[in-house]
Design a protein around this ligand. Sequence first.
Ligand code: GDP
Ligand code: MN
Length: 391
Amino acid sequence: MKLHEHQAKGLLARYGVPVPRGRAVWTVEEAGQVANEIGLPVVVKAQIHAGGRGKGGGVRLARTFAEVETHARNLLGARLVTQQTGPEGRVVRRLLIEEGLDLQGSREMYMAVTVDRALARPILMASARGGVNIEDLAASEPEAIVRESVDPLAGLHGFQARRVALALGFGGALLAPATDFLLAVFRAFEGLDAGLVEVNPWLLTADGRFVALDAKLDLDDNALFRHSELAEMRDTSEESPLEVEAARHDLNYIKLEGGNVGCMVNGAGLAMATMDIIKLAGGSPANFLDVGGGASADQVRHAFRILIADPDVRAVLVNIFGGILRCDVLAEGIVAAARELNVAVPVVVRMKGTNEAQGQAILRGSNLAFETADDMADAAAKVVAAAGGPR
Ligand code: GDP
Ligand code: MN
């Protein structure tokens, strides 16, 4: 789960990471009030779950209260397009009003802590070349990024943080504050069960202070049960509505670009096999809805509803192995959904396993136009044809 910049900074501050003074606002009026509290100049920053705001016009310096109001008015409710939002952009619903630091004589670096999946350990990364897009830097100048792999049990050692600070050129009087900054961010990464903490720019001010000028925080959804307070920070308006709806019913919905077959499956392995066989038949999936191991008929009904709410779907393939989820329960759910929703797209059902015969009987008895398939290749060929043929 992603957090907004203002939430990330608030949490980092609790772990001793220096951040600029600031507060989130939802209205033009509040923007003025907060600017008044903080004092001019301020930076007005659009809060969306995407970066690249600087170049996209989502970060604006205000030297007067009139400018605060103009920027807030122009940003709130606007659709901000950045390199990371895609052409449709994101609607700005909240702003961060923050003390405007003087960047004259300052330096912008980069630092992040994330999980190195290959080593299955946390990794601290830093670069003296901050502010820029780090993916570009990693591609063009990988040696400009310093890396320190962290033992998950011991945590980040002081000597490791010092090594990184020194590699970036922070010796002498800057060594202690740079090291403290890195250690504090690592403590936050650990304490919050984060998957990523990224500070870019990591600022060194002209008077020698290290500050997180921008912060990105990605939390591990599987650890949220330990952090009820963090779970409440979720901004579902920034997430895909169908994914949010699926999560509400304990279902896993994945949208795919460019396809037209809606897929209902159980289990990630079957999802991948289903994708392969649809592709082999010349088609392309529009989405996946994984109902998991032991779904109820009600969950299946919701799954079906979410699946066909995707406007790209021209035909649906239900490919289920009945284990804990029995085929008769599945069939009941599908029939209920198809009746309730007046499903207009063709539906191909392939189910195998527990109570298969009862499931088939329920489908036939419904008098709804389901097409059934015996094996996966047959199911794929039928659904691709129903969706309008190979693409
Ligand atoms: P991003 O583009 O979405 O990553 O947003 P950032 O928070 O990184 O801001 C982009 C740029 O805005 C930074 O690289 C800075 O150059 C500038 N910026 C951000 N905060 C301040 C500030 O307090 N003062 C000034 N002068 N510039 C700022
Ligand atoms: Mn940034």
